[in-house]
Every structure is written in C-alpha cells, then in structure tokens.
Write a new protein. Structure first.
Length: 264
C-alpha cells in the first residue's frame, strides 16, 4: 500500500513538472512559433502541385524531419542544461520532488510539444490533399507514415535531451543536438550507402521510413550537389526497433547523467 502511495506521489510530481514546462514553452512563445511553421510550411506546396496525391504527400513530408529536429532542439535542447546554466537547478533539487520526476516531466513536455507539431503538420497536409485531390485520393499509407513519425519523434527528442544532460550551456546542447541529427548522421548515412554499407544502425536513416512507406526511396546529396538515389532503404521492423533503442538508451542515460550532475 505504501509503495502505491509513493508511486502515486511520483506520478503526480511528474504531472506537475510536465505542466510547468508546457506553460514555460507557451510563455516563451516557442510552441506558437513552431506551430506557425507547421502550418505555413505545408502551404508552400500549393505553388507546385504534382499530378497525384501520393506524390504531393511525399513532397510535403520531405520537410517534416527538418521541422521535427528544429522542434526537438527548441523544446529539449535546454531542458536540463538550461537549469544548470541559469543555476535554477540549485533551487529545484532541494525540494521534496525527486530529481527523476523533474527530468521525466521535462522530457514528456518536450515530447508532447514536438508530437503536437508533427500532428498539426499532418492535419494541414491532409486538408490540402482533400482540397486538391479529394478525400478518396488520400494515400492509405499516410496513416502508417504518421505512426512512424510519432515513433521517430521519441528518438529525436531523446537524442537532443541527452545532449542537454551532458552539457552545461543550453546553446551548446541545442546546436550540437541539431547539427548531429540534421547534418552529421545523414551525411554519414549517405557516405556508408555509397560504399555499399547499409547504415541500419543510424536513427536518421530509420527516420526515412516516414517517406519510404509511401513508396519513395530517399535522395542523398553528395559532393558538388550531385543528387543520387540511395542504394539501400530502411526495413520497417528493424527501423522501428532502432528508433526504440535510441529512445530508451538516450532517455535513460540522460536521467542518470542529470541526476549525477545534480548531486555534484
């Protein structure tokens, strides 16, 4: 009975931490800014409309991963490092609320906001598809793409959250998380593919499932701007597994490292 009471109290503390972080994002207007991007970016594709709804969805989704990484960097980049940089962690940690519940709440808040951005992006894209091609032309694979994107969100946020736990400056953790996911890992993935090595273990490679489930393999921009079709494409089962591993390992490591920093 006592253990249930402790667990109930921990869950309530996580809820309080999550609610506080969400309010903080709204006060900084970060959520409003990224939500505006989720609405405006899909509208760009009204300029040139492909002949089928499937191609329209593929073209629109090419920018989703970029928006997803920007969102993760904005909401998770300074989640932990910001507390140490501004010294507010010194005020939070002595409270009766456990450090773990604080960090978990911060992670959930970053996850919720990024998930809302992705959901809004898909809603706008579906409404555009209905307007341009009719409801009957919506690709059935779009639902699978949305579920894949939802899982990819967890891994992207976890990776950025990890950088926030190991660095003490919010600008450094935000930039490093963004650069790793936006530039470093995709380039490594493209180079390995060009050498006939499938980069199945790279999370951004698995993230290409968001588009490939619609029947389109990814493009790799090589040296000199040469665009080539990647030799490999992620398989659905292993790709989802890789995302899950990145999510769990990065998140658990983040909490452990942040707890240790809080005791120093």
């Amino acid at each position: 009975m006592a253990s249930w009471g402790v667990m109930k109290g921990e869950l309530y503390d996580i809820y309080l931490s999550t609610a506080f972080e969400l309010r903080k994002h709204l006060r900084r207007r970060r959520l409003l800014i990224i939500a505006a991007l989720a609405i405006l970016v899909p509208l760009i594709f009204y300029a040139t409309t492909p002949d089928t709804a499937g191609r329209f969805s593929i073209a629109s989704l090419r920018f989703l991963s970029i928006l997803m990484i920007i969102s993760a960097a904005m909401f998770a980049g300074d989640a932990i490092s910001g507390e140490f940089e501004s010294k507010t962690g010194l005020l939070l940690f002595p409270t009766p609320q456990s450090r773990t519940s604080i960090f978990v709440g911060k992670y959930i808040a970053a996850l919720i906001t990024t998930f809302l951005v992705v959901t809004l992006y898909y809603i706008i894209m579906v409404l555009q598809t209905i307007h341009l091609y009719g409801a009957s032309e919506i690709p059935p694979e779009l639902a699978q793409s949305y579920l894949t994107a939802s899982i990819y969100v967890t891994s992207v946020v976890s990776v950025v959250f990890f950088f926030s736990s190991i660095l003490k400056r919010s600008i450094a953790s935000t930039i490093l998380g963004f650069v790793l996911l936006m530039l470093v890992l995709p380039v490594v993935s493209g180079v390995l593919s060009s050498q006939d090595i499938e980069p199945w273990f790279i999370v951004t490679y698995s993230g290409e499932l968001i588009i490939s489930v619609l029947g389109q393999r990814s493009l790799f921009v090589g040296p000199g701007g040469r665009v080539t079709l990647e030799t490999y494409g992620p398989d659905f089962g292993p790709g989802i597994a890789v995302m899950a591993v990145y999510t769990v390992v990065s998140f658990v490591a983040s909490v452990l490292i942040a707890n240790r920093k809080g005791m120093e």
